[in-house]
Design a protein around this ligand. Structure first.
Ligand SMILES: [Zn+2]
Length: 96
């Protein structure tokens, strides 16, 4: 491939151009791809853990909160999300 700044031919895996020294932006390059992957794995893990633990915790706190007038509004939101996530899990497990 060729450098888009100076037009010099650069290697496919080159990060910077040998002609002008500017970064060669290759789609899906090792540099950015690796960084994003490391970040998204921990994010995915946190998301999965939240998805697994939120429904039971949300249901318990939602029902508890519904019994109290002061926390009823927040609890109903929590309960709605928890019920929705439980249904989502049920659909995943049952293969719907
Ligand atoms: Zn160049």
């Amino acid at each position: 491939m060729y450098c888009r700044f100076c037009g010099k031919e650069v290697k496919e895996k080159a990060i910077v151009c040998t002609g002008c020294g500017r970064p060669v932006d290759t789609p899906g390059s090792v540099r950015t791809g690796g960084g994003n992957a490391g970040w998204s794995i921990s994010t995915m893990l946190a998301l999965v853990l939240a998805t697994v633990f939120f429904p039971p915790v949300g249901l318990v706190f939602g029902v508890k909160g519904m019994l109290d007038e002061e926390t009823k509004a927040k609890a109903s939101v929590l309960l709605t999300i928890a019920v929705f996530m439980t249904l989502m899990w049920a659909a995943l497990i049952l293969g719907l």
